[in-house]
Every structure is written in C-alpha cells, then in structure tokens.
Design a protein around this ligand. Structure first.
Ligand code: GCU
Length: 337
C-alpha cells in the first residue's frame, strides 16, 4: 500500500488526534499509530517530479521503519521558500529536511563547487562513481561545517542552455544575458564563456524569460519542461556544460530529535535516505528521456554543437579551473575515478 504523507493526510491525522483527546475515538479504536514526531521536508520541484516522488518515498519509508512514530510531511513546489531561504531555515532547525541543488550550498562552502565544474565528468557513470565512492562521502561530510547533515546524492542530469532567440554557437551566446543559480561558480562560468550572468531564484526564471529581463537560462530537460521555460525560450543548445548533483539534507535539530525518541532512529533515517536516493535515480533516468522526447515532439528546436564548437566552450571555461588550482589533488582524484 502506498503511504505518501501529504498535508491533507496530516490534517486527517490531527483530526483523529483531536477526537482521541476528547475521548470520542481512542488509538486502540482507530488502530492508527499517531506520530510522536512530525518533521517538515522542503522540495522546490512540483509533486510529480522525480525528486519530489523520492521525497514521498522517503516519508513513506520513515513512517514504516519507525513503526509510525515519525511522520515526514513533504512540502513541494517551493512552498517553504526558495532554496537559499530553505538552507538558512535548516541551519537553525526551522525546516527538518530538504533536497537542494549543490549550487546554492557552494555559496557557503566554495569547495563543494568542485563537483559541479563544467565538463568535469566524462559522463553520468563517472559522476556516479565519484559520488557513490569515498569522494562523495567526503563532500557530504563537509556539510557539518554548515551545521547540516548530508544524507544522500540525487541525480539532476546534465544542464544545457536555452534561449528566447535561436542560438547555435558560442559566439552568439556571448551577446546574451543568462540566468544562473545563486552561485558564484555558475556566474563565473557564464562570464568565462563571454556572456552576462544574472542570478535569480528558480521560481523567477519563467517571468524573467517572458518579460525579456534575460535572454536565456540553463538547466536539465525535466526542469526546462516542468517550469514551462520551453514556452518562452524554445531554442535548446544541447552543449551539456555541467552536471550539478543534488543533496538530501537533514537539520542537526531533526537528527537530535530523532535520537532522543530512539537512539536507533538517526541511522534508520539515513538508510531511508539512501533508499529514496536509489528510487530517485531510477525515476530520474526515465523522466530525463521522457522530457526530452516530449519537448522535441512539442517543437523545441534543438542544436547539438559540433565537436569543434564544443571545444570552444571547454577552452573558454579553463580560467574557472585555474581558480581551483589549490584543489588540484581532488580534481585529479575525480578525473581518475
Ligand atoms: C534544478 C534543481 C533545482 C534548482 C534549479 C535551478 O531544477 O533541481 O533544485 O533550483 O535547478 O536552476 O535553480
């Protein structure tokens, strides 16, 4: 049976609790275990998106594995705020869990940006060898510095540019204003490519494309589709410049509350996060292909840059690597993984 915890179900549970309090309906009569701890999970993608579906799977696992004592309520569609604000709220325990892109976290721990440098991985398999291995664990551990707990890695595919007007070459891109995530590395990448970066929250991109504040943006196929960006920027330059992994996070406060309830719960929860990450990866693979096919059918005009053109993109971002020369050792380890 599917037991996804949405707010509606939570309200129903609260109703049952209220009845219990007034003595009309006791726990034994309903057979339902009322949660002792209710935790909030923030997700900025809509309900049907792979990361949200994985969050709901996580909530379901947590409920099952804690015998119904812990309930995780998933707020999707950015209801608890944009990623930057969610991260800040988590640092003081205002939000218990979230799935966020690596980009905004790298604003706090610049070293994290290494994992999202343009053209870093040969392909998705290499990125997963890195994230699933000791390097991935080391980077998750770095989140301690922000008083956050890194639980697991989620897939977010590969990002490409899309624009209001047709763009097929680096030279044409250089004239444009491009939205980037709230991340200095992403801004740096756009500057190195010769275009003008504008940092905007994800939820603001559609309007900015629509009113011409920006000429283009960059993201993966599912985001391009789900946010409707293709309607206002129907030219897709499939340069695949970067893979930005995503992280499932917990607040320290949430882990402490779980520990207090039962010392075994923090590890159970970590395990639920790892399982939901595997779910996400499967859902992602399908959604990435489906979105690309659907958008091509819809009429998005896709340009795949030639090898020669791609070389120009790679050469242009070299200065970004020079800024990470202190991290030469870890970059070498990634390349050899
Ligand atoms: C992806 C990612 C989001 C992020 C967005 C962005 O869609 O899943 O979490 O906010 O990129 O470009 O801001």
């Amino acid at each position: 049976m599917k037991v996804c915890v949405t707010r509606r179900q939570l309200l129903a549970a609260a109703g049952v609790a209220a009845l219990g309090l007034c003595g009309c309906l006791r726990k034994e009569e309903t057979g339902a275990q009322l949660p002792e701890l209710i935790l909030r999970y923030a997700e900025n993608q809509p309900e049907d998106y792979p990361t949200t579906q994985a969050a709901l799977a996580f909530a379901q696992l947590v409920e099952q594995q804690t015998g119904g004592r812990v309930k995780v309520v998933v707020y999707s569609g950015g209801e608890l705020g944009a990623e930057q604000s969610v991260i800040q709220q988590m640092q003081f325990g205002g939000i218990d869990f979230a799935r966020v892109s690596l980009s905004p976290l790298a604003g706090y721990i610049p070293e994290l940006s290494i994992l999202q440098l343009p053209y870093l991985y040969k392909d998705a398999d290499q990125m997963w060898r890195v994230l699933d291995g000791s390097i991935g664990d080391e980077f998750l551990g770095m989140l301690d510095q922000m008083d956050l707990v890194g639980l697991s890695w989620f897939d977010a595919g590969v990002r490409s540019f899309y624009t209001r007007e047709k763009v097929t070459t680096l030279e044409q891109l250089q004239k444009l204003t491009i939205r980037v995530q709230e991340s200095d590395v992403m801004s740096g990448m756009i500057k190195d490519l010769g275009a003008k970066p504008v940092q905007l929250a994800y939820s603001q991109v559609y309007a900015a494309l629509h009113n011409g504040q920006i000429d283009g943006a960059e993201n993966n196929w599912p985001s391009y589709q789900t946010m409707g960006h293709y309607e206002v920027a129907p030219y897709f330059l499939q340069d695949e410049h970067t893979r930005v992994p995503e992280i499932q996070l917990a607040s320290i406060a949430a882990m402490e509350k779980l520990e207090k309830l039962d010392p075994a719960f923090p590890e159970i929860l970590r395990d639920c996060a790892r399982q939901s990450a595997r779910t996400e990866r499967k859902l992602w693979a399908k959604r990435e292909t489906d979105s690309e096919q659907e958008l091509r059918r819809w009429g998005v005009e896709v340009t795949v840059p030639s090898k020669e053109e791609k070389k120009k993109f790679r050469a242009a971002v070299q200065p970004l690597y020079d800024r990470f020369e202190q991290q030469a050792e870890i970059l070498e380890r990634i390349r050899n993984t």
